[in-house]
Design a binder for this molecule. Structure first.
Ligand code: C2E
Ligand code: CA
Ligand code: CA
Length: 417
């Protein structure tokens, strides 16, 4: 049996995601491969080539005379697997976009996709077989290329550029409300940094926070953000007396022994109670100096600040961090919330996380709540507070003030980053 063959297709469907593109189907089952070819051609592929084993896949994917644009990768090749098939070639050789496909457990498929993305391949969201044309269309059309599970992230600005932005006070607070799960009434807000550039563009934190950390400037930005957010809070007047603020604090900031005192000074200068401010620490923090982290966290608590463990459940050491630091709140990560009403594993994790947080006497906030079904499920578990697009996106202060004046949070579109 030939291990690979190619079919040229006449006339591409205008606007279809595979229009004019060459697709390699790495698949050892003949019938499945034929169905996949038909699906690809219906989506406009100009050319499809089936590879039934690793050797033919290697030849096809590295042939400079006929570059492949998209790869449908069967993750369970006979006596082999899709990861091995690509790994030995490497992302430098394989520049095609990869769509992992399998009949296997969706969680295994998801993990495999993330692994490939983490190794530098351009990976789309995986598809569980059979392969409906509509699903492939959706996956290829959307901007659903997975971010690398680990890696360098987006390029960061130079130190001088960041220092200039700090001196011009260009880092501004956006606010995302945290709401009572039953009434959706805001109890407080998480302050999320945005870089408001002189040219009017607004930049998301992933594109400057790591740069500020590396440049040793993140603590200074946190101070500015806290001061501005407290100015905003004060301007709301006594009507918002119970309203709390949550700020993210980076590991390098916590290692600075003078920062807790300065943060305390900023709050008292606004005649505020430190108990209204929560600092959110992410688990990646534990990868830095654990003793310095413990000292910084303890100092913040001694000053009366509240401490949240952010993105709970996403790192390698969440339970250890939870045990070691004096947290007052646990923030359940979006990855457990998203899709929970239809996913048994997430439900088990959520139920047990809530029970554990309760027994430890921690406040609980669920992040990334986007749908009413997710809200209802979390409410059934007794989660008291939610944060997410359902109750409001991050907005500038003027929009927060307006929605608080209306008495309820309302979802607002965030200006483009
Ligand atoms: P985070 O602390 O986990 O913040 C929540 C992120 O999830 C925010 O992204 C928010 O816009 C997004 N989000 C909230 N609700 C939903 C939802 O329902 N669906 C979806 N898909 N996303 C939702 P953002 O603002 O881009 O911030 C990204 C991260 O940048 C933050 O993650 C935080 O780790 C970091 N960051 C933001 N501001 C600061 C800061 O002032 N200092 C430090 N050190 N890090 C910051
Ligand atoms: Ca946070
Ligand atoms: Ca978070």
């Amino acid at each position: 049996m030939r291990s690979s063959h190619a079919i040229a297709t006449p006339g591409a469907t205008p606007g279809a995601p595979l229009t004019g593109r060459r697709v390699a189907i790495i698949e050892d089952d003949r019938t499945t491969a034929m169905i996949a070819e038909r699906v690809c051609r219906s989506l406009g592929a100009s050319d499809t080539v089936v590879c039934a084993d690793r050797a033919s896949a290697a030849l096809t994917l590295t042939d400079p005379r006929a570059p492949v644009d998209v790869v449908l990768l069967d993750m369970a090749l006979d006596a082999d697997d899709g990861i091995a098939a690509l790994r030995h070639l490497g992302p430098e050789l394989v520049r095609a976009e990869i769509v992992p496909v399998s009949r296997r457990d969706p969680r295994l498929l998801d993990a495999a996709a993330r692994l490939l993305a983490g190794r530098g391949f351009r990976v789309h969201a995986p598809i569980v077989k059979p392969l409906p044309a509509a699903k492939l269309d959706e996956v290829l059309s959307g901007a659903t290329v997975l971010p690398p599970a680990f890696g360098s992230g987006p390029p960061q600005p130079r130190r001088e550029e960041l220092a200039g932005a700090l001196s011009r006070d260009e880092f501004v607070p956006f606010y995302q409300v945290q709401c009572d799960i039953g009434t959706l009434r805001p109890r407080g807000a998480e302050v999320l940094a945005r870089w408001n550039r002189a040219n009017g563009s607004l930049i998301a934190p992933g594109r400057f926070v790591p740069g500020l950390e590396a440049a040793g400037l993140i603590g200074a930005m946190t101070e500015r953000l806290l001061a501005r957010a407290l100015d905003d809070l004060v301007s709301l007047g006594p009507a918002q007396d119970g309203f709390g603020l949550a700020l993210n604090i980076s590991a390098p900031s916590l290692a600075d022994p003078t920062l807790p005192d300065r943060l305390h000074g900023i709050v008292t200068a606004h005649a505020m109670d430190t108990g209204r401010v929560t600092f959110e620490i992410t688990e990646s923090a534990v990868l830095h100096d654990p003793l310095a982290l413990l000292e910084g966290a303890a100092r913040l608590r001694l000053h009366g600040f509240r401490l949240a463990i952010d993105d709970f459940g996403t790192g390698w050491s969440s339970l250890e961090l939870l045990r070691a630091l004096p947290f007052t709140e646990l923030k359940i990560d979006r990855s457990f919330v998203s899709g929970a009403p239809e996913d048994c594993a997430r439900q088990v994790i959520l139920r047990n996380t809530v029970a554990m947080a309760r027994e430890l006497g921690l406040d609980i906030v669920a992040e990334g709540v986007e749908t009413e079904a997710e809200r209802a499920f979390l409410a059934s578990l007794g989660v008291p507070v939610i944060q997410g697009w359902l109750s409001g996106r991050p907005v500038p202060f003027a929009d927060l003030a307006a929605s608080l004046a209306r008495g309820l949070s309302q979802p607002h579109p965030e200006p483009p980053a």
